[in-house]
Design a protein around this ligand. Structure first.
Ligand code: NAD
Length: 444
């Protein structure tokens, strides 16, 4: 059956909210991440002339699962945690996306992040759909044992949903290679044999890929280099500010510093460090590793700076690498960067986006800028399945080729259609998902 003649088109229901969640980051700010994602999607779909009657077929998440997880705490009591897994699309391959542990996780946020994964995988042309998971918890207040039991119970409850051919989780905020090792082990125990390819972002000793830990930050570096080249802005000596100093932010800052950029400010959830002459990155990384809170706050030789102040600093490159909805209509006018490289997912609201557009800020959108992580996750999945592992040099070389090519693909659409890079990236990815759907047909 042709796509255009499908009978059943899903209705555009609002994503439901979990009743227990009252402290959502997006709710606090009255911002729905899923609605933001839809706004961006709608504009690109309109420009592609996709028949609006069928847009929902690729826009809405195909499956959202909520699980209630009893976990034994160290004091012997049982506590219930809410977990989610959303598979937004499997049109181009198995669903793929990280798992987030955070007190503000909500179904709305997970649905938005899952959709972004669909567009992200399509923009870099890797054969995956999009998914995301999350558990409402505060990992800073939980012991390692509690986190392990929570992770294993979540995995056990999702046994029917995940799998190398179905849905492949990875790390996201507050989850890491250890979390993935627990998921891999729990899944393997249930199916009675070791299945390394059920997750990516694992330790290298357990089938992880060389270069995966640095992949997202490295992808940000390639995008910043391409954007700087396009704007004829020398990167050597360029002033860079980074919000969020975790996996993405710290690696991007470190690699940019190695390319001669000056990292003038970094922040995390505990505080920030500012030095207009540039922060000493090796010393800063060492300081964070050794500090009790693993924070950049109070880094010797720096002035303290808040997250809000960092966003308003005069700089050449601003890299939001923390959470969603940090750049809003309230602060967008005050940004003074030339390039905004979105290491985080959804850091800019649609209102802020149009303000920045008018100001002439060159935005490298999240679905392109931070796609390095899922690209090397794809390499990890490939290596696990063939049982043959590549040297880090090979991984980085393949990543570089994909990131630079994808940047060029998006820039070409941006120039040809006279649209900004975000709309161009959405146009490229939506077209790829749409084409896949038309070729597969609709099983209605
Ligand atoms: P992480 O947990 O390693 O680091 C998050 C950092 O953000 C920490 O430094 C934390 O202190 C800081 N932070 C949290 N809340 C903050 C706030 N309100 N203000 C300032 N800083 C704050 O997480 P990560 O893996 O680096 O992910 C960061 C972002 O990048 C997320 O949006 C994530 O979805 C996205 N992302 C991550 C990957 C990946 O491979 N890790 C890939 C693509 C996108």
């Amino acid at each position: 059956m042709k796509a255009g003649r499908a009978a059943a088109v899903p209705t555009n229901d609002k994503p439901s909210q979990h009743p227990h969640l009252s402290r959502l980051a997006s709710d606090d700010l009255h911002i729905s991440s899923f609605k933001n994602m839809m706004t961006q999607f709608d504009e690109a779909a309109r420009r592609l002339n996709i028949d609006p009657r069928y847009v929902d077929l690729i826009k809405l998440p195909r499956r959202s699962v909520t699980v209630q997880l009893p976990v034994q705490m160290d004091n012997g009591t049982f506590k219930m945690f809410t977990g989610y897994r959303v598979q937004h699309s499997i049109m181009r391959g198995p669903a793929k996306g990280g798992i987030r542990y955070h007190p503000n996780v909500s179904l709305d946020e997970v649905q938005a992040l899952a959709a972004w994964m669909t567009w992200k995988c399509a923009v870099v042309g890797i054969p995956f759909g999009g998914a995301k998971g999350g558990i409402v918890c505060d990992p800073e207040k939980m012991s390692r044992g509690e986190l392990e039991r929570l992770t294993r119970r979540y995995t056990a409850d999702l046994m029917d949903e995940i799998g190398p051919e179905k849905d492949v989780p990875a790390p996201d905020v507050n989850t890491d290679a250890q979390t993935m090792a627990w998921i891999m082990d729990t899944y393997s125990m249930h199916v009675r044999h070791t299945v390394t390819s059920v997750v990516t972002g694992k330790p290298v000793e357990l089938g992880g890929s060389c270069g995966r830990r640095e992949a997202t930050g490295r992808g940000v570096l390639f995008c910043v280099q391409e954007a700087a080249k396009h704007l004829k802005l020398p990167l050597r000596g360029a002033r860079v500010a980074v919000q969020g100093f975790g996996n993405v932010g710290s690696v991007a800052a470190d690699l940019l510093a190695k390319e001669g950029a000056r990292i003038i400010a970094v922040t995390d959830m505990h505080g920030g460090a500012y030095n207009p002459d540039g922060l000493d990155m090796p010393k800063l990384l060492d300081y964070v590793k050794k500090s009790a809170s693993k924070s950049v706050a109070k880094f010797p030789g720096s002035q303290s700076i808040s997250n809000e102040e960092l966003l308003k600093l005069g700089c050449d490159v601003l890299i939001p690498a923390a959470l969603e909805n940090q750049i809003t209509e309230e602060n967008a006018q005050l940004l003074r960067c030339k390039i905004l490289a979105e290491g985080a997912n959804g850091p800019t609201t649609p209102e802020a986006d149009s303000i920045l557009d008018k100001k002439g800020v060159f935005i490298v959108p999240d679905i392109l800028c931070n796609a390095g992580g899922v690209t090397v996750s794809y390499f990890e999945w490939v290596q696990d399945r063939m049982g043959l592992f590549w040297e880090e040099e090979e991984v980085n070389g393949r990543l570089e080729r994909i990131m630079r090519r994808s940047f060029a693909d998006v820039l070409k659409i941006s120039v040809e259609h006279k649209v900004n890079m975000r709309i161009a990236a959405f146009m490229l990815s939506i077209k790829r998902v749409w084409d896949a759907m038309v070729m597969r047909g609709i099983y209605a």
